[in-house]
Design a binder for this molecule. Structure first.
Ligand code: HAM
Length: 425
């Protein structure tokens, strides 16, 4: 075993796998463009208070999952970002302190850090693709966010996903519901597991999405949050559902869906995949109108967004065989030296081809011709170009198609044209 291993819960990604990432990222970039979203990048770390205020101090993320450190003895505590929404809103408020800006549509593909117990689909460093719509959170905006997410899944060919949706109402609705829920749970308090007993005081709504079957049995009969929501909120939620139905986006209203971050209000949603086992949430999101004020913004900035775990997306796609057509691409040409003394010529030829836009490999290790041909095949090169004394003297080179074994002899200047033409086939 090598002396050093990657940190627990963090993974290396080598070229065999990176082709999958590039493919998914390309789909994300093209679908987000269809909806008018542009990329945003924010720092990997933020002041710890941002997450305490933004995500909520009673949440699991803030309570026990953050990688937090002091940059220097007198410095302010810093945390590696466990999610993107708080940072994106912070950046937006910093850039637009007075508010009053048009709608912003932002997306990201970013690395995040959470100190969770690693398992399949759960890492300590992971990547999310997400989108945030800032400045509007109307039912149309909520459905635009959901549609974008579902269109990415659809374009990738994923099937069998379930969209779960609920409304969390406004602050008042939730505080009324919290009391109702406590009243309902009170007689069962001793039957709750330890985590739920703790949540009973601090954040009873999170008991609803417990994974413990005994607790699930108890909350199955709990009053529904949706029944505590004022008529305006209810009507808005119904519009969201209507627009989804209109677009043939299937959903399931899930009364137990509450999400694990405190900034949500009104519509919240999650997408689950049966391919993922215990960690079945592929993505989630919702409206978070209150976050801007929570972070000290002078005006409330209505907002809605979602994020999808890239590693989980890859697991689900792999299970459904959606990478089968992704073959790694070799170089268009491998420059083969017939004699090591010609290295300088070979380098010059490789340089000319690359400058002309042809992907080119050449021998860097002084190998025999046979070994060079083996390497060309291992790399899945399209053509071999032979460099010998005669070729250098005449300026004409033999190009061998490594699939069909056909050979042609051409002047060097004609080669890029032929290769570029053949790569289009
Ligand atoms: P979240 O539900 O915490 O939401 O995370 C979204 C997705 O990130 C999850 O559904 C999952 O696929 C992936 N994920 C979370 N933790 C891990 C982990 N430890 N390892 C691998 N994948 C993970 C948010 O983060 C919100 N910021 C979403 C949002 C955006 N809401 C509004 N805008």
């Amino acid at each position: 075993m090598a002396q050093f291993q990657a940190v627990k819960g963090a993974k290396d990604i080598f070229p065999e796998e990176i082709v999958r990432w590039h493919y998914i990222e390309e789909v994300i970039r093209s679908v987000t463009a269809l909806y008018g979203f542009s990329e945003v990048r924010t720092p990997v770390f933020e002041y710890t208070e941002l997450f305490q205020r933004g995500i909520g101090s009673t949440t699991d993320i803030v309570g026990k999952e953050m990688f937090t450190f002091l940059p220097d003895p007198n410095g302010r505590s810093i945390t590696l970002r466990p999610e993107m929404t708080a940072g994106v809103m912070r950046a937006f408020l910093q850039k637009n302190p007075g508010g009053g800006v048009p709608v912003h549509k932002l997306y990201y593909i970013s690395d995040l850090f959470r100190k969770e117990r690693p398992q399949a689909g759960r890492q300590r460093q992971f990547t999310q693709f997400g989108a945030e719509l800032l400045g509007v959170s109307s039912p149309a905006a909520v459905v635009e966010a959901i549609s974008l997410m579902m269109q990415v899944f659809g374009t990738l060919g994923l099937h069998g996903l379930k969209l779960r949706i609920n409304s969390l109402g406004d602050l008042e609705d939730r505080s009324r519901y919290r009391e109702e829920l406590r009243r309902y749970l009170e007689p069962y308090r001793d039957e709750l597991d330890e985590a739920s007993r703790e949540r009973f005081e601090k954040n009873p709504l999170r008991i609803l999405d417990s994974k413990n079957p005994a607790v699930q049995g108890i909350v199955a009969g709990a009053p529904k949050l949706l029944d505590c929501i004022k008529p305006e909120g209810r009507a808005e939620f119904d519009r969201v559902l209507g627009y989804l139905a209109d677009r043939d986006i299937a959903y399931e209203v899930d009364h137990l869906l509450v999400r694990g971050l405190d900034y949500y209000g009104h519509t919240a949603f999650e997408v689950v995949s049966s391919e993922l086992g215990a960690q079945d949430a592929l993505g989630g999101g919702g409206r978070y109108d209150a976050l801007s004020k929570e972070l000290g913004g002078s005006a409330e900035i209505p907002a809605v967004g979602f994020a999808v775990g890239m590693e989980r997306l890859i697991i689900a796609m792999e299970k459904q065989g959606l990478f089968a057509a992704l073959s790694p691409r070799g170089p268009q040409v491998f420059v083969v030296l017939q004699d090591a003394g010609l290295e300088e010529h070979a380098m010059r030829i490789a340089d000319r081809l690359r400058r002309a836009g042809v992907t080119t490999e050449t021998d860097l290790a002084g190998r025999s011709m046979k070994a060079q041909m083996r390497e060309a095949n291992r790399l899945l090169a399209g053509f071999a170009l032979f460099v010998g004394q005669d070729e250098v003297a005449s300026g004409n080179f033999t190009l061998k198609n490594l699939r069909t074994s056909e050979q042609v002899t051409l002047a060097l200047d004609a080669i890029p044209g032929v290769l570029l033409e053949s790569s289009k086939l």
